[in-house]
Design a protein around this ligand. Structure first.
Ligand code: GLN
Ligand code: ZN
Length: 752
């Protein structure tokens, strides 16, 4: 049996690509140097994959920034203002990715969106009426040649036309229909040229097929491929899907003349069932059996059983999706052997594929199999009795606050006596160089904990004073002690592991290092109480406690596979609940529980939203705050206001106040809040914190007026759109001053 992968991480073993690219951004290396560097990196990756023994190796899975952007560039789908920039092709590429400001012009970056249910983000291509589709880049061909020169025959990979068209944006005067035909012609040219270069196969990625598909979408897909495959007989096409199953289009898929079909057996709940219903003899099934998204070892016994149960004649063993979503190698981590043995990052997953192929070709048990079996005979970790007990004892009443929202709202109004349009912030204040430096020194034990603590306290005091001076109603301590809203909590909870080099690309040159949930989770000791209680002791105004919610912590971690996501989230919820109650017991009366990443794992199929996710994720959040007194005010925060379609679920979180991003585009959510009679008090962000720009008082007032036109005035809070940790101090202070002035002036107006 042969082996293959969907794609390989491109940022490099030690994020080399990031560092070189950023050097190029700072003009410390030339364009030629960056291009040459990328070439050596690709070479290293191909040779690594080859040396492990993978049979079918992709090319063009490399990208300087993003594969959707690469595809847009390949087909010349470049918005006018960027197309007109008189700069090199690579600069134009980065202008689309990051914006361009210089002598040649001033253009904004293309917007970014979440790539399906991952934490990867792609740049949204934009078609305009006069977009002229043509082959505009040689990247895919050059990279094929590059590998060929190394003696490696690769399979060029490209985002497929259906996914590309459906994820793109269209200017008002045009639509998908205008571009289908010319795009097919150009895909056809890519296939033809690849064949001329000697490629036997081309892989077209169509992850959009795992979503719920309408009849029109299915027609579009079939129309595209009937035409494309009809005209491209010189090369075999592997139609690759991932992140779920293709239940809506399986029959069409197997009837079209693809030479190979890649299906995901990990996330695709229905995949096995579909394949069992029949798979054509003449086609090759690329069976995605090694998980491209999580970091645990494959259970060979189960996988082999699965493969043997498939009524398919020709199978190639494959990853479930690109390995882009896992770190490079376990070899660079310091874990003990008994931990490492259970982990497989990208490089180890290559070995797993080769192992599986070997095992399947032999009749006797191999050592690879017996070693793998040994990992699964006993559970990897022992359950924590106290955690298990707490979970077993949960009652329905543990998930609801004793007093309903309307009653709490009255009680809290009487207690807090906030003015109309109360003002607050989202939690963090600028993490200056000094703050980061002190933390690094403290971590390296170059700074004593007393000195570190007194430094943090001085920052807290400095910002409490500022907040009081400008007259904010609810203050925060500023989160100076935290590096990251998930890592910080993970580090203070039992059950978590942290990698040294486990970076995964989030977008462009930005990586994240998700912690690993290793075993049952519980709180070892209070986490934030010290800082919040200190801050509260310094002022008569209310200081808001600041926590990260269980759903967000889990969604930004590598989760366990031996227990359900639901159970892991409930464990986290119990741990954070203890922290909430401790804060309350220590005099913190307003507590914010951030769920920035609530939407992250929302299933791709709408039909699964509640049953597979929201039905336990929302109660898990409620569990965290269900036991507080009715006077304790619970806030939550979500990044992006992309919850127009799950408003009822958000209201069911039963927080007292929610803040969210709204300044950029999404004041439209206000209509929905109004229509659905959203009960939770709301703080739609009144200015964009992602930009260093200082909003004027008038501008904020205008935004507030728009908000007040839709939301009853006694429900509205005034706050920025997200945490301020990435901003500079000066602009932050100026912006917040304007925010409080705007709120103050509007209050006056409303009183008249
Ligand atoms: N409280 C966090 C902060 O202010 C929230 C961050 C976030 O939403 N991403 O930094
Ligand atoms: Zn946010």
């Amino acid at each position: 049996m042969k082996t293959s992968i969907v794609g390989f991480p491109r940022i490099g073993e030690y994020r080399e690509l990031k560092f070189q690219t950023e050097k190029y951004f700072r003009a410390e290396i030339s364009e030629e140097e960056l291009i040459a560097f990328a070439k050596t990196l690709r070479q290293k990756h191909w040779q690594t994959i080859q040396s492990v023994g993978i049979d079918e190796i992709p090319s063009n899975d490399f990208s300087f920034y993003d594969q959707m952007l690469d595809t847009a560039i390949l087909f010349n789908i470049i918005p006018k203002e960027v197309a007109h920039l008189d700069v090199s092709p690579l600069s134009r590429y980065f202008a689309l990715a990051r914006g361009y400001q210089g002598e040649k012009g001033d253009v904004k970056a293309r917007p970014m969106k979440k790539w399906f249910n991952t934490n990867y983000h792609y740049l949204v291509p934009k078609f305009e009426k006069d977009t002229q589709i043509k082959i505009n880049s040689q990247k895919i061909f050059d990279e094929y040649q590059e590998a060929k020169a190394l003696g490696i025959s690769t399979r060029p990979v490209l985002i497929g036309p259906f996914t590309f068209l459906t994820l793109a944006e269209y200017s008002e005067d045009c639509s998908i229909a205008d571009f289908v035909e010319p795009l097919i012609v150009n895909y056809q040219q890519v296939l033809q040229k690849s064949a001329e270069q000697g490629a036997a196969w081309v892989q077209l990625d169509e992850p959009a097929l795992v979503k719920d598909l309408s009849a029109e979408e299915k027609d579009l897909f079939v129309r595209i491929y009937q035409q494309l495959l009809n005209q491209s007989k010189e090369v075999k096409v592997l139609l690759q899907t991932y992140f779920g199953d293709v239940r809506d289009i399986y029959q069409e898929l197997i009837s079209l003349p693809f030479a190979g079909i890649g299906l995901d057996f990990i996330e695709g709940k229905e995949t096995l069932h579909l394949v069992q219903s029949g798979f054509p003899k003449e086609k090759i099934l690329y069976a995605g059996v090694v998980n491209g998204k999580n970091i645990w070892r494959n259970d060979y016994t189960k996988t082999i059983e699965l493969i043997k149960s498939l009524p398919v004649e020709q199978i190639v063993l494959n990853t479930s999706c690109s390995l882009l979503h896992v770190p490079y190698t376990v070899a660079n981590e310091n874990f003990a052997a008994n931990i490492k043995n259970h982990l497989a990052f990208a490089k180890e997953k290559l070995v797993e594929l080769v192992d599986l192929a070997t095992i399947l070709s032999q009749t006797t048990t191999t050592t690879a199999l017996s070693e793998n079996q040994a990992l699964f005979v006993n559970s990897r970790v022992q359950p924590q009795a106290t955690v298990q007990q707490a979970l077993a004892q949960l009652q329905p009443t543990d998930f609801v606050r004793a007093e309903p929202f309307s009653q709490r709202e009255k009680i809290q109004r009487a207690k807090y006596q906030f003015p109309l349009l109360p003002t607050t912030t989202i939690g963090s204040f600028p993490q200056t160089k000094e703050v980061k430096q002190k933390r690094a020194q403290f971590n390296r034990q170059e700074l004593s904990s007393e000195d570190y603590e007194s430094f943090i306290k001085s920052k807290i005091n400095e910002w409490l004073t500022f907040q009081s001076e400008i007259g904010l109603d609810v203050l925060v301590h500023g989160e100076f002690e935290r590096n990251d809203m998930v890592e910080y909590f993970g580090q203070h909870l039992a059950g978590y592991l942290f990698t040294q080099n486990g970076w995964v690309q989030s977008y462009g040159t930005r990586g994240v290092k998700p912690p690993i949930v290793w075993s049952d989770i519980y709180r070892k000791a209070p986490i934030t109480v010290k800082w919040s209680a200190y801050a509260q002791s310094q002022t008569k105004r209310y200081v808001k406690g600041m926590l990260t919610g269980p759903v967000t912590i889990l969604n930004w971690s590598f989760p366990r596979e031996d227990i359900s996501l639901k159970e892991a989230t409930l464990q986290l919820a119990l741990a954070i609940q203890e922290e909430v109650l401790d804060l309350e017991a220590n005099g913190i009366e307003i507590i914010q529980i951030d769920e920035a990443a609530l939407r992250e794992k929302l299933p791709l199929r709408k039909s699964d939203w509640y049953s597979e996710y929201l039905d336990w994720a929302i109660p898990a959040f409620r569990l965290v705050h269900s036991k507080v007194k009715p006077t304790t005010q619970i806030h939550t925060h979500m990044c992006y206001s992309e919850f127009t379609d799950i408003i009822e679920a958000i209201d069911a979180m039963d927080a007292d106040v929610i803040s969210f991003e709204a300044s950029r585009s999404n004041l439209t959510i206000l209509d929905e809040l109004q229509a659905k009679h959203f009960q939770t008090q709301v703080g739609p962000g009144v200015y964009d914190i992602h930009s260093p720009r200082i909003p004027s008082v008038e501008e904020i007032k205008t935004t507030l007026r728009k908000i007040l036109a839709k939301i009853p005035q006694n429900k509205v809070w005034v706050n920025p759109d997200c945490g301020l940790k990435t901003r500079g101090e000066k602009e932050t202070k100026a912006s917040l001053l304007h925010l409080t002035m705007a709120a103050y002036q509007l209050r006056e107006e409303l009183r008249q």
